[in-house]
Design a protein around this ligand. Structure first.
Ligand code: NBP
Length: 483
């Protein structure tokens, strides 16, 4: 082991850590390596040790000693207790001014807590969202670091060297202090849930609703990928739908069990949005749809109960099919705009709550490459925030306003036809309901306020006077409630 020769270190050399370490080495960094069980370090050295400059260590102390000052170590271990354990070991071996980076999928409130604890010991702590999975870690992820300006000065050039590049710019920006990076990564994942659900609903409308084969649907998605929907997720959807099962020869999608898994970031996005009183209905419906898909007892029970309703065949005349496919495309685009607007609303609300100064345009820019939601669409999103047109809502930016105005007849046709014939489109319909709610000059919330005041004297505001009012609602006394 060479003392103080590595300019960056990686702790945790499973799929993500080993690929990120290789990416760092490919870009001229000298990378210190440490993993709890040395076998992983040995494997990385045996298979990829010749790809660049690595300094492997067997102990945390050796690892820290191999780093040049300020020592900078990126942790990529399982989120939760393992991350806390590694932070503790590193902090004990490091000195004031050194930088600990957590690149795992940590909950942003854990990051806020850890940053405070580590700062008290004179070290810098950076929670850094890493998007793009294993492939991104190796070839260029989208990176969302939080932490201090000082840590960004050291870390920035290193992260810029390994990040994905979109339109000539590295997909990394300093998001804000303490937990800001992990917060934005969390919302990124929530948006990813919504994007995937909207694509899945489009697929369902074609497969179940129009009776199309997966191969035909793949062609539709491939064509959509040449339009404003151009994105990584639409592209891979076409590939997934073309895949044949080796065992049966059937389309693979037809033999995959229809229970969608989740690891928790979508749930965090919705829980956090609820605590910030920010409606993220598209994301929430996407999380709940995965929940319903995995409710085995209820779904199997429902199949036996013969719950009444249409079977899901959309009665679209053969000659009208292409027009209806265009309706689905428009509905997908409009719902996607709403889901992103809601996600950015949540980032705004989080920034206000936690005192972060987040540049939304920069966030949209770093999502253009390296991450799962990468899409051409993010260029116009970043322009909308850059120009200030999306300050209050992305939906107010002229580009999106006009896109939804163009799409909305299609959107309404799709949602109403799906409801009529029994195809569930929770993300399409909740996004449309949000849009209609947002543009309603008057909402039925007035009635709810009346009800709340009636049973709980919660008071209400008046449209013609400031202040809080309470009414003695029933002059003849409250209605008697009979048990
Ligand atoms: P895993 O999440 O599977 O974690 C395995 C690593 O954690 C191994 O290096 C293991 O060491 C280490 N570890 C554990 Br488990 N407990 C430990 C402890 N108590 N002390 C020290 N090390 C411990 O690895 P991954 O899939 O590479 O993901 C790493 C991080 O990146 C996670 O937080 C994940 O959420 C995040 N992430 C993953 C992806 C993805 O696509 N996989 C994408 C973005 C972010 P060992 O070898 O000694 O058991």
């Amino acid at each position: 082991m060479a003392e103080g020769t590595a300019n960056i270190g990686v702790v945790g050399l499973a799929a993500m850590g080993s690929n990120l370490a290789r990416n760092l080495a490919h870009h001229g960094n000298t990378v210190a390596l440490y993993n709890r069980h040395y076998e992983r370090t040995e494997k990385l050295m045996a298979e990829h040790g010749d790809e660049g400059s690595f300094v492997p260590s067997r102990t945390v102390e050796e690892f820290v000693a191999s780093l040049a000052r300020p020592r900078t170590a990126i942790i990529l271990v399982k989120a939760g207790a393992p991350t806390d354990a590694v932070i503790g070991e590193l902090a004990d071996a490091m000195e004031p001014g050194d930088i600990i980076v957590d690149g795992g999928n940590s909950y942003f409130k854990d990051t806020i807590r850890r940053e405070k604890e580590i700062r008290a010991r004179g070290l810098h702590y950076v929670g850094c969202g890493v998007s793009g999975g294993e492939e991104g870690a190796l070839n260029g992820p989208s990176l969302m670091p939080g932490g201090t300006d000082e840590s960004w000065r050291t870390l920035g050039p290193i992260l810029k060297s390994i990040a994905a590049v979109a339109e000539g710019e590295p997909c990394v920006t300093h998001i804000g202090k303490d937990g800001a990076g992990h917060f934005v990564k969390m919302v990124h994942n929530g948006i990813e849930y919504a994007d995937m659900q909207l694509i899945a609903e489009s697929y369902d409308l074609m497969r179940r609703g129009l009776g199309m084969e997966p191969g035909e649907i793949a062609d539709v998605f491939a064509q959509w990928n040449t339009t404003e929907l151009n994105s990584y997720l639409i592209e891979i959807t076409a590939e997934v739908l073309r895949q044949k099962d080796e065992k049966t020869g059937k389309p693979l999608v037809d033999v995959i069990v229809d229970h969608a898994g989740m690891k928790g970031t979508g749930t965090w996005t919705v829980q956090t949005a609820l605590s910030l009183a920010t409606p993220v209905t598209g994301i929430a419906e996407a999380v709940f749809a995965r929940g319903l898909s995995s409710q085995t007892a209820q779904r199997e029970g429902a199949a036996k109960q013969d719950l009444k309703g249409p079977e899901g065949a959309l009665h679209v005349a053969a000659g009208d099919r292409d027009a209806f496919l265009e309706d689905i495309r428009q509905a997908l685009y409009a719902s996607k705009i709403v889901a992103y607007a809601q996600g950015f609303d949540e980032i705004n609300a989080g920034a206000r709550e936690y005192g972060w100064d987040i540049d939304q345009a920069a966030v949209a820019r770093i999502w253009r490459g390296g991450c799962i939601i990468r899409a051409q669409f993010l260029n116009v999103v970043s322009d909308a925030f850059e120009s200030g047109e999306a300050d209050v809502s992305m939906l107010f930016a002229p580009y999106f306003k006009e896109a939804i105005a163009r799409a909305q007849d299609s959107w309404r046709r799709v949602v109403s036809l799906a409801a009529t014939y029994g195809v569930p489109v929770p993300a399409f319909s909740s996004s449309l309901a949000y849009y209609d709610g947002l543009r309603s000059p008057r909402l039925p919330a007035a009635l709810i306020q009346g009800q709340r005041d009636f049973f709980g004297a919660h008071t209400y505001g008046r449209i013609d006077a400031p202040g809080a009012f309470h009414t003695l609602w029933a002059e003849s006394g409250r209605p008697e409630i009979k048990a």
